[in-house]
Design a protein around this ligand. Structure first.
Ligand code: PLP
Length: 417
């Protein structure tokens, strides 16, 4: 194989058939190569150069890349029956739904399985509307819930919303973490409040400890549903199985995706309390999806949940996260002109920089030192660190060393950035 030719042809095809701006950005970041294989926390490009994956596919690779148990489950299903007939009982989907009921908090019970995070959010919003018979939804400013039209109506960033207006009516946005603002926005016409327990794309924003409990209480008082979007925070990332578990809050509907597929298959799900599902029990085909709940994805997800529990990945995220964040905070103290704040929970870590220009610079410095990171979608000043939850201490130390070099270089360039 002529590797140089593969690289130039792939980049060429991006330029001609995918999007020239994406090709330019990747090149600019020093990423003019083709990813080829991956295992655990390491990605190899076509030339065999290794990168430590600290982006983790925006939170997809909590189990690392190609976890053997997930791969085995998917291969087994592939050899038997990858897609469902849709008319006979489908064991992988039933198994996954039962597992989701087991691991989600409180009495969350029924699940609908889709293919992505945004689909999970769409389904949650529809369920809230049909259950309550109300149409208003309150979401948070700076939130990210996906980019299909319904989820985008909840997403709290105008940059992504404005070009597509008019969006769904009845959506309002309040400052995240501000229970008083939420109180003012919710009324007797509110179908649901939708919140990320910790904002991911908004820049890894952890709300005050009493925020979610207060949101729960406000919803209860007004007969509105609480939807928690755990697409990014779920499945161990923040040091608990779900981020709501830090606050002992049971939402009415929970959306999951990303890590649920074990880093092998795309999948999303929304899970709800039994009485909220009643309208779908009466009319089970009101909400459907051809590929949603397919056996391959469900087999991957069931295996992934098994691995998260057996390997204690949530506890690992809590411990490794505490070490990682602690060391980054020391770095922030040493370089206050570069780093404004280090925050997060478990292995969902945000490093907020003093200037927007530092983000791209630091990202390319880290890439040069074989560490993959990216900034958050809503806030380019925040570098997000979301490695596999099984990342080793040695790998964390390598990343920290690269970070220290990058921050030092940024300090020297601060005037120009
Ligand atoms: N919800 C949250 C909290 C997310 O972080 C994301 C994606 O980043 C989504 C929803 C949308 O997920 P997807 O990109 O799979 O549609």
């Amino acid at each position: 194989m002529d590797k140089g030719k593969v690289i130039s042809e792939t980049i060429d095809k991006y330029e001609q058939f995918v999007n020239p701006a994406v090709a330019k950005l990747f090149r600019f970041m020093g990423l003019a190569t083709v990813e080829w294989e991956a295992q655990g926390s390491v990605i190899r490009d076509i030339d065999g150069k290794e990168y430590i994956d600290c982006l983790g596919g925006y939170g997809v690779f909590s189990l690392g890349h190609r976890h053997p148990k997930v791969v085995e489950a998917v291969k087994g299903q592939l050899d038997r029956m990858p897609m469902s007939s849709k008319v006979l009982f489908d064991k992988p989907m039933a198994d996954l739904a039962a597992l989701l009921a087991e691991i989600t908090p409180g009495d969350l019970q029924y699940s609908f399985i889709g293919n992505s995070g945004t689909e999970a959010v769409e389904g949650a919003l529809k369920l809230a509307r049909i259950h309550t018979g109300r149409s208003k939804v309150v979401a948070a400013l700076n939130s990210f819930h996906g980019k299909t039209l319904g989820a985008l109506s909840a997403t709290g960033r105008d940059l992504f919303r404005d070009p597509f207006r008019p969006l769904l009516t009845g959506f309002s946005h309040v400052p995240f973490g501000d229970a008083a603002a939420l109180e003012q926005a919710v009324d007797a016409d509110t179908a649901a409040v939708i919140l990320e327990p910790i904002q991911g794309e908004g820049g890894i924003i952890v709300p005050p400890d009493d925020y979610l409990p207060k949101a729960r209480e406000i919803c209860d008082r007004h007969g509105a549903l609480l939807i928690c979007d755990e697409v990014q925070t779920g499945l161990g990332r923040t040091g608990k199985m779900f981020a709501v578990d830090h606050y002992q809050v049971v939402p009415d509907i929970m959306a999951t995706a990303k890590a649920l597929g074990g880093g092998v298959m795309p999948i999303g799900a929304f899970t709800a309390r039994p009485h909220i599902w009643e309208k779908y029990v009466t009319a089970p085909f009101l909400h459907t999806s051809t590929f949603g709940g397919n056996p391959l994805a469900c087999a991957a997800a069931a295996a992934a949940i098994g691995v998260i529990r057996e390997e204690g990945l949530a506890e690992k995220a809590a411990n490794t996260g505490a070490y990682f964040t602690g060391r980054l905070k020391v770095l922030a103290q040493d370089y206050p002109e570069v780093i404004r704040e280090v925050r997060g929970r478990g292995l969902m870590i945000g490093v907020e920089l003093q200037k927007e220009g530092i983000g791209g610079f630091l990202m390319s410095e880290l890439i040069n030192r074989s560490v993959l990171v990216a900034y958050t979608l809503n806030n380019p000043k925040v570098i997000r660190i979301e490695p596999p939850l099984s990342i080793s201490q040695t790998q964390v130390d390598t990343v920290l060393e690269a970070f220290a070099h990058g921050v030092e270089a940024a300090q020297d360039m601060i005037e120009d950035l």
